[in-house]
Write a protein that binds this ligand. Sequence first.
Ligand SMILES: CC(C)(COP(=O)(O)OP(=O)(O)OC[C@H]1O[C@@H](n2cnc3c(N)ncnc32)[C@H](O)[C@@H]1OP(=O)(O)O)[C@@H](O)C(=O)NCCC(=O)NCCS
Length: 149
Amino acid sequence: MSDRLTTRYMTVEDLDAVMEIERRVFIDPWSRKSYEFEIIENRYSLPLVLEYAGKIVGYAVVWQVYEEFHIASLAIAPEQQGRGWGKYLLETLLKLADNADYALLEVRPSNTRAIRMYEQFGFTRLGVRKRYYQNGEDALVMRKMLRKL
Ligand SMILES: CC(C)(COP(=O)(O)OP(=O)(O)OC[C@H]1O[C@@H](n2cnc3c(N)ncnc32)[C@H](O)[C@@H]1OP(=O)(O)O)[C@@H](O)C(=O)NCCC(=O)NCCS
């Protein structure tokens, strides 16, 4: 099945499909403008879509800022979750992190599914950012070392 999975750079033409997923999976979705900024303006950003048989089934945004590879957003369409595609996307992302010392991300402490996936990939709990999310929820900060410092 994974032979029909591909990743490529996100374009503005992808945003109808991306936003449709974004609004269903996140309680505080990013705006379309935020994604446009990531695609068009943010030179530190690497926005990717995951396609299955030509249809967008997930996406991710990574900020490559000097030594840090920051996973800012990652999602799989609800009806496609649990098939290993989140792991595929994360594995693909991490292969692109060749110049970074570490990968970092924020995740809701209540998001046990995502936390379990990140732990499988060697991310460990680094700390908590208080009231990080719009609804006042804290964020768990997780890090995976990519190189010995
Ligand atoms: C988190 C997310 C990206 C995972 O993608 P996915 O395709 O559903 O996950 P996969 O099928 O690749 O499974 C990855 C791992 O997640 C965990 N997982 C998957 N389904 C799970 C479930 N129902 N309960 C608990 N853990 C689960 C497991 O550790 C699994 O690995 P395993 O199958 O070897 O046990 C996806 O669920 C998603 O988009 N969620 C909503 C958006 C989100 O939370 N993004 C992350 C923000 S930081």
